[in-house]
Design a protein around this ligand. Sequence first.
Ligand code: IVH
Length: 672
Amino acid sequence: MKDSVEKRIQNLREELEHHEYLYYVLDQPEISDAEYDSKMRELQDLERAHPEYQSPHSPTQRVGGKPREGFVKVPHSSPMLSLDNALNETELRDFDGRVRGGLKDREYEYVAELKLDGLSMAAHYRDGRFQQALTRGDGRVGEDVTENARTIRSLPLRVGEKRKVRLAGAVFEVRGEVVMEHRSFERMNEDREREGLPRFANPRNAAAGALRALDPSITAARRLNYYAYFLLRDGRPLAASHWKNLEMLEEAGFKVNPYKAKCKGLDDLLAFIHKWEGARDGLPYEIDGVVVKVDSVAQQDLLGWTAKAPRWAIAFKYPARQASTVLDNIDVQVGRTGTLTPVAHLRPVSFSGVTVSRATLHNEDEIERLGVQIGDTVLVERSGDVIPKIVRVIEQGADRRPFHMPSACPVCGSHVVREPGESARRCVNTNCPARLRESLLHFSARGVMDIDGMGDALVDQLLAAKLVHNIADLYWLTEDQLLGLDRMGKKSASKVLHNIERSKAQPLARVLNGLGIPFVGERTGQILADYFGDLDKIAHATDEELQQADEIGPKVAASIRDFFGEVRNGELIEKLREAGLQFKSEVKREKPIGVLAAKTFVITGTLPTLKREDAKELIEQAGGKVAGSVSSKTNFLVAGEDAGSKLAKAQELGVVVIGEEDLLRMLEAGKD
Ligand code: IVH
């Protein structure tokens, strides 16, 4: 019987590893997240019931173990040095000249790779299994971040068990870059803002913070990525060329950045460098240049190292997308949830081809953190697709004056509040015109209700003519009303009405997003729709019921309850219902609620302490089912003393047999 459990565990691990590889390394998932989760849950349950089969290399270990007190320092196999920089073409030409000289005019090739802006990490493998991860530290001694690194899904925990690759079963070391994508970075900062913590200035700092978190579950939540660029054994490259090493890494299941090229000389290098300078904004992560390496390891050896960097490689740095300018003023914008955001007005400055005159300051804590005042000269940064932001004060202005957030809404004059634990101030007036304007724009936006043509200009006209007082009013607009607006012809009026009509078919998830409930955006809207499948159920759900849905915590639940508790919003919902919007959707709930969700149990024999009825009730409360007889659908047989034919049947079918103690442990595990 044990054998079959072990086999199932092995199969699940292999399947999960395979799907993690497809998802995190190749970006080509073959199964849904829900299917993945359910396999993961099955494996977790089995490992919990059979601690003897637990393994640090199991995919379940990626969720983050126990917090630690600090990091142990460990020397590197060979120094993790840095690279010299080339800041322009001339410096790159000089580098190429030195390489040519050093190689005495022998033929050579370069490999060009993107220089990912993260932090480097070495990962050690023994018998093809992940053993230890070290940060760069001071280059000679790094910090042991093994437990945190385990949570990075693109870092294989075992290589090539099935696909007999060359690295299977081998001892080797991989070096590469830990990066955080813009998306995760934004989400992390939003979370921090909600918790009243200061924002991270850039994805690199955020990645460093996440990798060095004392609690691995924090690292796990941050969705870091690992891109491998060196393959070593005993501190030396494994294959004879860098390109070959990259290929072997790919083959073994590591994520290697696909944007790389073999280059014959300076022209090839420059073409690669220029191409990516133009395209860097389209990448999901930040890059700050291109790394150029001599391909042949023998030639690398010939060129050797200086005290701090290899002579066979260089980092071509892109000009920083930073510029300094004067902060002329700060004004305050009111968003659709009533949040007041300070916006910096800058003396227009142009860098990397874009003129910037405004930057976000996020909230008053951020202003305090920066110590910035009106009149100061500041450093402004544009990175990726992120809105320009102020990095720091360069020089204090002679006539500088501090900025204070207003205590009344700058648009409607209503009272402004700052909830405990939040860094934002909010206008309390749900009818604030600024909020209404932003709510209409958000509701109509692409990806929400998709009402084409409902942009700034039309919304402003509708508000000025007092034709709409809330989002539902859009559905009662008439052609005559629209024709009464400036520059509105019959054709555009009927187009707008058509688009409004068409939006009624948008699914519930989008309606939920469109309502503008604080903390409920696209993702949470989808989670709520999938879980409840009915707007009325969401509106009437208790805090606890709301929190049963994935990722919904107390704060979001409270916000949803507040929204639907408001009389005015109740009326709004009724008008939207009358208009015919989609209030229902298919429930896509993977599991009933609870730790034992979707698990079927059979109980047999006399349990040491629990009566059979009590055990049944406990299982059902945790979302499990209790059946009368063992079948292939049974997940667990809870066997007590004098278990008879059911035990035999379970053993025959390979059903997992557990005792009362195991059952209690499973129930307990779900409580934290
Ligand atoms: S190779 C001897 N390749 O840039 C050190 N580094 O300035 C060789 N980096 O510390 C490093 N992408 O953190 C290399 N494709 C890449 C890289 C890369 C980013 C970082 C790395 C390193 C720094 C060097």
